[in-house]
Write a protein that binds this ligand. Structure first.
Ligand code: SF4
Length: 653
């Protein structure tokens, strides 16, 4: 798949070891993998071996946009960042994504993406300007955090570039370091630290080109249709701004060409401090702030800014603090051992000291810099058991939109190595809107049970997907959702807008699953159906599976849910669905409502569901490896042969 529209046609290759800058045609990959995650996976597959570790110079830091980025296609400003992550446990190939304006600027500078390998001898930053890339010394920036480093680059270049940068912790290879972009955006999974391990402080880009659309009128029509469908009203819970108490919204912020917007906004405290907030993670420190100060203070607000300045992942810090608190309660750790002022937990001073210690890997900060799962494992089994209450074995949140109520999320939790939140958004969105409909008797949401069944019918393979009295239809729904998600990450579309599952403007309020392929066709001029796009999503999903298997995942043996899923107990609210729906009610047959509060998943049902899922995926039921016919949809014959010659197996023949 390639055309003169949408793609720029060039991928920038930078080998920092020899400071070699080359280019590669995007068309080598786009025909089968479109862009974004698809191309990222293929490059990773082709150019790494299972022995490549996250901080190996040869671990590529891959950043790929898609054909829609930089055009007027709505809510398509994202870029996928991928490679072997230092953050997952064990280290595995995963991806993250970043929005804002950097990805569109990269396209306008003439590149669909970039692949950075090697390691510079001394700290450097890159400047990409209209088709050319140059390497600059960053010795004077090394040790700085993001705010100062970015300002310094802006002054040096005086071209108002869009910048990706890292804070000091990423230079010291903390495993939880984010890449920081513009508009408060970041890419997690330790990719900031992967960049730091290459002695690369920042990437600045200036682009003045234009990405040409094949059919601008059709793009405009899809854009208008999307606006009508999503509306800007009460029903769009992700577009509603919910500032913290004592905080007001000053201005909504939109990424490149996003007509809808989300929680991303400039917010101001009554004390006058301001900052950009884009999701609930802006309040990750509130629990400890309230405990110490009795209410939310500036500490919560400023802790979020500080995390971005240091490039530390707030998700990981949140889990580290939950674990730390429990270890202190149980006497596994003491204040002395941590070297932290525990009595001040909840204050800004505490968080500042914590970030300094982690970033410099000083004292106990060296343990914390490894992330929650590794830190917990290093202190023994009781400590590891604490973390397993809220994280999966690979270190991802274990309960959010989990199978204890939303059973179709079982395969997402069981087989995906990465944080599954973007895939889970397709599941949680309609159920959260439905929970709101139930709670407010239709006043605050139109997503009734009938609308939910309509969504399941049009998007998830049949209305039985939302009948929670049975597991029927759940495996198929999970597969369809994952395939759509992987296709979306090839385009690359923002998952806070896409897919459009419900429609404010239609009588039946059911959305349109063909909008994405319509948009792709309009931008590229290629005729791509919804079905074809879904097949590409499936191919990219299976390539991801092949990468995981090649790099050490054990198939069936590793495709398991966290043991906490099987325990009957009251769970604290883990997500917005629980918040609106504390009884965890879900529809059954007819008007039946079923409560999943205090429920565990049933092992036999999970086994049946996973068997059906494997069959739908074309994976072997006994091993979880890919069957021959599945491999043939992913690889071309000669690629497959080359891999078989290595003596390794992804299949059960
Ligand atoms: S919905 Fe939010 S994050 Fe997504 S593209 Fe729009 S402004 Fe950016």
């Amino acid at each position: 798949m390639s055309s003169k529209f949408g793609w720029t046609g060039r991928i920038l290759r930078i080998d920092l070891t020899g400071q070699k800058i080359t280019e590669q045609p995007t068309a080598e990959y786009s025909r089968r993998f479109i862009g974004g995650l698809g191309i990222g996976e293929k490059i990773y597959w082709d150019e790494t071996s299972p022995d490549t570790t996250a901080f190996d110079a040869q671990n590529p830091l891959i950043m790929m946009t898609g054909p829609l980025c930089g055009t007027t296609a709505p809510a398509a400003p994202r870029m996928v960042v991928c490679g072997k992550s230092p953050c997952t446990y064990p280290e595995r190939f995963v991806s993250a994504s970043i929005a804002g304006f950097f990805p569109a600027e990269l396209k306008k500078a003439g590149f669909d993406g970039m692949v950075i390998t090697g390691k510079a001898e001394a700290p450097v930053y890159l400047h990409i300007a209209d088709g050319k890339a140059s390497v600059h010394t960053a010795a004077h920036l090394w040790g700085m955090n993001n705010i100062v480093a970015r300002k310094s680059i802006e002054q040096e270049l005086s071209t108002s570039p869009k910048i990706l940068s890292i804070g000091s912790g990423c230079e010291n290879r903390v495993r939880i370091g984010n890449l920081i972009g513009d508009l408060g955006g970041s890419a997690s999974m330790g990719f900031g630290s992967l960049m730091g391990s290459k002695n690369l402080k920042a990437i600045a880009v200036n682009g003045s080109g234009r990405i040409i659309e094949a059919n601008p009128e059709e793009v405009r029509q899809v854009r208008n249709k999307l606006k009508q469908m999503t509306g800007q009203g009460f029903h769009n819970i992700y577009a509603q701004l919910v500032p913290m108490p004592g905080t007001e919204t000053i201005k909504k912020l939109h990424c490149h060409a996003c007509p809808q917007g989300c929680w991303r906004s400039v917010q101001r405290r009554i004390s006058g401090c301001e900052g950009i907030r884009k999701c609930h993670m802006g309040s990750w420190y509130a629990k400890w702030d309230i405990k110490l100060n009795g209410s939310i203070t500036d500490a919560t607000f400023l802790a979020a800014d500080l995390a971005n300045d240091y490039s530390l992942c707030t998700d990981e810090i949140l889990f580290l603090l939950l674990w730390l608190e429990k270890c202190l309660e149980r006497g596994i750790l003491t204040e002395n051992l941590t070297g932290l002022p525990i009595a001040l937990m909840g204050s800004l001073e505490f968080i500042q000291q914590l970030f300094e210690m982690i970033s410099k890997r000083e004292g106990f900060g060296n343990v914390l810099a490894e992330g929650a799962v590794r830190a917990a494992a290093s202190l023994g089994s009781e400590s590891a058991a604490i973390v397993s209450e809220f994280l999966t074995s690979s270190g991802r949140p274990a309960r959010t939109y989990g199978p204890k109520s939303l059973i179709m999320s079982t395969p997402v939790f069981a087989v995906e190595q990465r944080p599954a939140i973007t895939t889970l958004h397709e599941i949680c969105q309609p159920f959260t809107k439905w929970a709101l409909w139930l709670k407010t008797e239709g006043k605050a949401s139109y997503v009734s049970t009938a609308v939910l069944r309509g969504i399941a019918d049009r998007f998830w393979g049949g209305p039985e997907a939302v009948d929670f009295s049975t597991i029927e239809g759940k495996a198929r729904a999970a597969k369809i959702i994952q395939d759509r998600q992987y296709a979306k990450e090839c385009l690359v579309l923002c998952d806070l807008v896409w897919p459009v599952l419900d429609d404010a403007s239609a009588e039946d309020h059911v959305g349109d699953p063909a909008l994405e392929s319509r948009l792709l066709s309009a931008v590229t001029g290629l005729d791509i159906s919804q079905q074809e796009l879904s097949c590409i999503g499936e191919r990219v999903f299976n390539l991801n599976r092949a990468i995981q298997l090649r790099d050490g995942r054990k198939g069936l043996q590793d495709d398991v849910l966290s043991e906490t899923c099987y325990v009957v107990r009251q769970e604290p609210p883990a997500d917005i669905f629980d918040f609106y729906n504390p009884e965890r009610l879900l529809p059954g047959k007819g008007d039946e409502l079923l409560s999943f509060k205090m429920k565990a998943v049933d092992r036999e049902q999970i086994r049946q569901l996973m068997d059906e899922y494997y069959a739908l995926r074309g994976w072997d039921a006994h091993t979880g490896l890919l069957k021959n016919e599945t491999l043939e949809t992913v690889f071309e014959a000669q690629e497959l042969q080359a891999f078989c010659n290595t003596g390794k197996s992804l299949k059960r023949c």
